[in-house]
Design a protein around this ligand. Structure first.
Ligand SMILES: NC(=O)c1ccc[n+]([C@@H]2O[C@H](COP(=O)([O-])OP(=O)(O)OC[C@H]3O[C@@H](n4cnc5c(N)ncnc54)[C@H](OP(=O)(O)O)[C@@H]3O)[C@@H](O)[C@H]2O)c1
Length: 166
């Protein structure tokens, strides 16, 4: 299997605040859909609960929700009670880890690729992306080559970065 992580963060590594995303960049959501569509997506229970009910499960993808609770019911999703069980459910397929902070940290050691959207905002939050150790992770692509894209919704600046295991 190949295992990739995908997140959006501020330049200082914030990915969430009060159970949600502290920005709205529709171009990043389109990028997320394009990369993950057709593949299993693996997420923590808190991220599952943060999805608006009308987008749950994320369509066109097997949704796998990690929880330690034997009671969680996640209609339309598969539930896994540990990392190994989640990876078994994903099987031999290209699999995307879609958050949040706890699950990124747990799965980064098993990943071979990370897709980061850097959102150029100075906002606070309570959830962080794990640090990408430059001895382990090599930035292999950045889009655009220089500077930033500008979102049509509110003018937020952002760029896409791809990291591969060195
Ligand atoms: N910027 C982005 O790209 C992005 C993407 C996704 C999410 N987010 C944000 O991140 C925040 C949520 O992240 P979070 O760290 O609080 O929560 P999370 O990682 O989404 O979920 C944590 C929960 O997942 C379960 N879990 C985690 N590791 C497990 C393991 N090894 N085995 C079994 N279950 C496990 C536990 O559920 P139980 O408590 O049920 O046992 C745990 O409480 C939200 O603000 C969300 O908006 C941001």
């Amino acid at each position: 299997m190949s295992l990739a992580l995908i997140w959006a963060q501020t330049p200082t590594g914030i990915i969430g605040r009060d159970g949600t995303l502290p920005w709205h960049v529709p171009e990043d959501m389109a990028h997320f859909r394009e990369l993950t569509r057709g593949h299993p997506v693996l997420m923590g229970r808190a991220t599952w609960e943060s999805l608006p009910p009308r987008f749950r499960p994320l369509p066109g993808r097997d949704n796998i929700v990690l929880t330690r609770s034997p009671e969680l019911v996640a209609p339309g999703a598969l539930v896994a009670h540990g990392i190994d069980e989640a990876l078994r459910l994903a099987g031999d397929r290209e699999t995307w880890v879609i958050g949040g902070g706890a699950v990124y940290a747990a799965l980064l050691p098993r990943a071979d690729r990370v897709e980061v959207t850097v959102v150029s905002l100075d906002v606070g939050g309570d959830t962080r992306a794990p640090a990408l150790d430059r001895a382990t992770w090599r930035r292999s692509a950045v889009d655009p080559d220089h500077g930033w894209h500008v979102s049509s919704a509110g003018g937020t600046r952002y760029r896409f970065e791809t990291y591969l295991r060195a």
